[in-house]
Design a protein. Sequence first.
Length: 395
Amino acid sequence: MIAPFEGTMLRVVAPLALAETLIWAVTFYMFPAMLPAWEADLGWDKTTLSGAFTVALLLSAFFAPVAGRLIDRHHGRVTMAASVLLACLMLLLLSHARTPVTFYLAWAGLGVAMGGALYEACFAFVTRLLGDRARPAITAITLVAGLAGTVSFPLTHWLNGVLGWRDTLLVYAAIALVVVMPLVLSVPGAPRRDAREHATASGYSLRDALASPLFWLLAVGFALVALEHGIVITHLLPILHDRGLSETAAVTAASLIGPMQVAGRLGMVAVQSRIGVIAIAMLSVGCLAGAAASLYLAAAVAVFAAPFVLLQGAGNGVVSIVRPVLTAECMGYEHFGAISGVIGMMFMAMLAIAPSVASILWRAGGYDLVIGFAACCCAVSLLCLARVSSLRRHR
């Protein structure tokens, strides 16, 4: 018998949704929220500071397949809990950073921790527990955790004003240890029996997946989405200023992308019973292509910044859900953690190099070239997903 979703919500979704919200807030989103305070207090330039975050993202990408393999071997709860503990220790180290060496070491450790605690590991854990019932659970988790940035920015600003950034990091380390870790440990650690039953005989091993065109179409398609989103988001304020928006309007537009991610996920919930996951994936990438077009047109008519915010937020918000779900449907559940980890590694690697790619393109041809390249990424991603759809129909 399949347990009702209400019971699943109570035992799996609720604690992981809150845990993901908090761990994203005190690790990933903490960096941009803390950046002004570090610049003012440490006196280092943006390049030095941002390099540490790039290192963290790259290490997160390379650790994701390792975490996936551990989760496939039924160590999901331990893997996530250990990663949260590591994040706690690295936040303590970061709070004492006075040299770039210490700063980079702390962020390197945080990168490994993020690889085992953020969405990639969480979704692999949920898929291992729930099998083909994972999609509504993943949707529910991302609906809540999508507000992590909304939590992190104002909380960090307020705590910095009251305590200073070093003591703020101590508070965040305490949140990781005292709140996030117990939430993760409260989730059932063993896979459900029906999850194993739903692991189809046609499921791929990691070796088989790496030899499959289907895997590479998925990996490249979603990696290009990451590159597009990273290029646009990391340079968003100067791009919007280049489009003619005032500083206040640009900041307002940027702050609305997070809520639009949640709106996109709610929209997906409304239509997911009527259209398949591959159609939803293609629609979300189409939204990102439309966002790039709107951003380009905003140079002539500033009002096009509004559909850009809506489409960029909604498209990216839905991609974060359909990526693990579509991977599981195409590759099977038995080795999902390892396979999804490799796809996630490519995704995070593209996200890490996106700021540098955007800077190179900007020097070569300004932000029109940056936006055009982002649109091309979406177009190629759509072609990859269309081919995935074709191969699945033939299977």
